[in-house]
Every structure is written in C-alpha cells, then in structure tokens.
Design a protein. Structure first.
Length: 80
C-alpha cells in the first residue's frame, strides 16, 4: 500500500502556491456559490414543472357570466 502522506503533502504544496497567486482584492463566489445556484435552479425547474402539471388538471367552469355570453354573442352576430 503506497504512502498517502507524501501525495497529500505534494497536493498541499500545489494548493498553497495556487492560493498565493489568487488576487486578494477580487471576491468570487467559488464552487460553493455555483453549487447553491445550481440547486436553486433545479428546484425552480421542478416547481415550474409541477405547477404546469397541476394547472393542466384544473377543470374551469364559469358561472352566470357564461350563460349570458352566448345569447349576447348570437344577438350581435345576427345584427351584422
């Protein structure tokens, strides 16, 4: 079994040198910001998909306004 401490220390030296190159005045969201954004985007997509499915199931029936509309529509069609 190889010694993992040597490869871990080598990785740390590369990370430390990379961290020294990063501009201290520049603020970036990083990987965590991307993960949070991606999770929120997936949640919104799922909610929109669910909402569209629920809206498609609605059976809408108008009340007294729909009863008066056909008689008014036929009366206006006869006048023309």
């Amino acid at each position: 079994m190889p010694d993992m401490s040597a490869s871990a220390s080598l990785a740390m030296t590369h990370l430390v040198s990379f961290a020294a190159e990063v501009d201290e005045d520049k603020v970036t969201p990083g990987v965590l910001g991307f993960i949070v954004f991606a999770v929120m985007a997936l949640a919104v997509w799922g909610l929109m998909k669910s909402m569209n499915k629920q809206m498609g199931r609605i059976q809408f029936k108008e009340t007294s306004d729909s009863e008066e509309a056909p008689s008014a529509a036929t009366g206006s069609a006869q006048k023309q």
